[in-house]
Design a protein around this ligand. Structure first.
Ligand code: 6R9
Length: 638
């Protein structure tokens, strides 16, 4: 079993070892796994030059990640609960699956997939609500060497089709619908619309979950329960190379369509288990709950892979934090005696707004560790979480990482690293952060602020962007040759602690979800009356950042003017999904552009923040008059 660091001194020692001899450090950890064939070399890498990035961990090793979840844990954990599923409706019964039961279900579904012609290397898209079958589907893919590409169930038909098409997925696994609070959300209509535009998908497997009345399309759609009928539980894991693709997960960047971030088998496996155990200080018998959706990377790494590799008991929740009431999270914590609880700052802020009573009326004494992820946590929310939820006795692990990093990069180790509100604190062993100025010069020493990069590979890092390796280089490795660019700004304080400030690119972090401004603009521009638009983020009390859209329209009648905001929101919902809907829309007659036609977002951001006092140099603008008009329309302080 993978060792856990148990003191701060040991952390510093391990960190030192991991930097002075990374191959020995990760090689020793990798010894704990079940390999069909051991690796020849721990690491082979380059961040620059022809074909870069080229990163290979555990070179020529052969393994299957599910053998390391199941076969490796089976002797000791067959009857231990692996997954607890808490349904949306608290009146309904939970589901508990032991490692033995989960293993059987994974093998059975894996056999079903095989029977339907899915084989090693095929891409399988998964579009499911937070049900146990989501974890079963991903593990079954991994078992047979198929590459899963999970699409968050809140995305629209267009967004789903784009992702399916980019990955050329052969199959889609989905359900009739999902539950969220009082709502039963039908999914089959969205799926049918998406599949009409996705010729690569030959079959779709549909889970019966909400019992919505749906039509199956003959020859294409099959019920999940029919797939596993007679499928049997005899299944030998496919032998995978260390660097064979495990999954693709799409994420937004500053430009263009979402990128398919690619993670591979061995490095991701080693990294997610190691970080899970160390950051959360998970101990055998603990019950761990991460409230993320598996449609995002947090759910991949810290609901499914990390915890299950570690032999943990992990909770999955289908519902929302505020239904039936704002005490739901704490009901669940009490119900299962949760020991480690991991959520997002946006959820914390939403609950702060509901008042302390919801927390105080529940028994939260089982809690040992509290975690946050997804966006910077403000000090007020941190204190509320620490003092009220954790009663001052639970360390908070503010974990900074990204879809691209695969696992947690900068974070306290619970109970070992002294914490400070809003600081992600120190890098994990094996992680070598560096701060640079815009010219790429390293900012040495402490008390500095700059662009956060990583200068050495870690096992969980992305290997490429699916189907477009050049784009991976362009996006992450070209700004500062030899460094991985995170896209975040950060400060290293006098003690050497890192505080993440936020994105330095055109990505808006809305409720912890990454939204590319270009994507939202593209969606808005689909409205027939829209000529052009510019989207920026602005501070939002609950969401962290809200979406502010400045839109130029063709001449509108009074009636059209009245409806335009709603129509624009509906257009964005259609092309991306409700998470990308602008919070504020301002119809303008022009946008501040430079003479070369570039929109000066800096100005729009300031106005969006409600501060037009210091707009900087506007002399290069093509038409400085538009700025005044926008300021007047935005009703901000001048
Ligand atoms: C895991 C995840 C990544 C972006 C990242 C940063 C922000 C994540 C954070 C944080 C401050 C933290 N972010 N964790 N900012 N403190 N603890 O969220 O992945 O969806 O790819 O987002 O989220 O801006 O660059 P992803």
């Amino acid at each position: 079993m993978v060792n856990k660091i148990t003191s701060l001194a040991e952390y510093f020692q391990k960190y030192e070892e991991s930097v002075s001899n990374p191959e020995k450090f990760w090689g020793d950890i990798a010894e704990n796994y079940k390999w069909q064939k051991k690796w020849d070399k721990v690491l082979d890498w380059k961040f620059k030059g022809e074909g870069a990035p080229d990163v290979n961990w555990f070179v020529n090793g052969k393994l299957n990640i599910t053998e390391n979840i199941f076969e490796r844990n089976m002797d000791t954990r067959k009857d231990q609960v692996a997954i607890i599923w808490e349904p949306n409706d608290p009146k309904e019964k939970e589901i508990k699956l032991t490692y033995g039961e989960l293993f059987d279900k994974v093998k059975q579904f894996a056999n079903g997939l095989k029977k339907m012609g899915i084989k090693k290397g095929d891409r399988v898209a998964i579009y499911l609500p937070m049900v146990p079958e989501l974890a079963i589907a991903m593990l079954a893919c991994a078992r047979i060497g198929a590459i899963h590409s999970i699409v968050f169930a809140g995305f629209s038909a267009t967004a789903l089709a784009d992702r399916i098409n980019d990955a050329e997925a052969k199959m889609l696994i989905t359900s009739d619908g999902g539950f969220r609070g009082t709502k039963s959300i039908p999914m089959k209509g969205i799926v049918d619309e998406a599949l009409a535009k996705s010729p690569s998908v030959k079959h779709s497997i549909i889970l019966q979950h909400t019992n919505e009345n749906i039509n199956l399309i003959e020859g294409r759609d099959v019920w999940w329960h029919d797939v596993i009928k007679n499928a049997g539980t005899d299944n030998t894991a496919e032998v995978m190379d260390s660097e064979d693709l495990l999954f693709i997960l799409y994420t937004s960047g500053s430009t263009g369509k979402p990128k398919g971030v690619v993670h591979t088998t061995a490095g991701y496996m080693v990294y997610t288990e190691y970080t899970f155990k160390n950051v959360f200080q998970y101990t055998d018998g603990d019950v761990y709950w991460c409230t993320a959706d598996i449609g995002w990377v947090t759910g991949h790494s810290y609901i499914v892979y990390g915890p299950l590799l570690a032999g943990a008991t992990t909770v999955m929740f289908e519902g929302v934090p505020t239904w039936p009431d704002a005490g739901r999270f704490w009901d669940v914590v009490d119900k299962y005696k949760i020991n480690q609880f991991y959520t997002a700052p946006t959820a914390i802020r939403a609950l702060v707004a509901q008042g302390d009573e919801w927390v105080n009326s529940h028994d939260l004494s089982s809690l040992k560790v509290l975690g946050t992820v997804g966006e910077p946590i403000n000090e007020e929310a941190w204190r509320w979480y620490h003092d009220l939820v954790g009663k001052g006795k639970c360390p908070i692990v503010d974990t900074w990482w990204q879809t691209e990093t695969g696992g947690i990069m900068i974070s306290p180790l619970a109970g070992l690293t002294p914490t400070k509100p809003s600081f992600a604190t120190l890098p994990l062993p094996g992680v070598q952060p560096i701060l640079v100025d815009p010219e790429g010069n390293e900012l040495k020493g402490n008390g500095v602020e700059g662009i956060l990069c990583i200068k050495f590979p870690w096992p969980g890092m992305l290997r490429t962007t699916y189907g477009d390796h050049k784009r991976c280089y362009q996006t992450y490795f070209s700004a500062f040759p030899g460094l991985y660019l995170t896209g975040d700004g950060a400060k290293r304080d006098e003690e050497g602690y890192y505080r993440i400030i936020g994105r330095i690119d055109d990505v808006i972090n809305v409720s912890g979800h990454r939204i590319g401004t270009a994507e939202v603009e593209d969606a808005i521009n689909q409205h027939p009356k829209v000529v052009e638009s510019a989207v920026v983020g602005y501070p939002h009390e609950i969401k962290g950042a809200g979406i502010y859209a400045y839109v130029i329209c063709e001449d509108l009648t009074d009636e059209e003017m009245e409806n335009i905001e709603n129509e624009i929101r509906a257009t964005v919902t259609k092309f991306i999904g409700p998470i990308a809907k602008p919070d504020k829309i301002q119809i303008v007659s022009g946008l501040p552009k430079t003479r070369s036609g570039k929109i000066m977002r800096r100005i729009l951001r300031k106005i969006g923040e409600g501060d037009a006092t210091n707009l900087g140099d506007t002399s290069t603008l093509l038409d400085p008059g538009v700025v005044e008009e926008i300021i007047n329309g935005a009703k901000v302080n001048i």
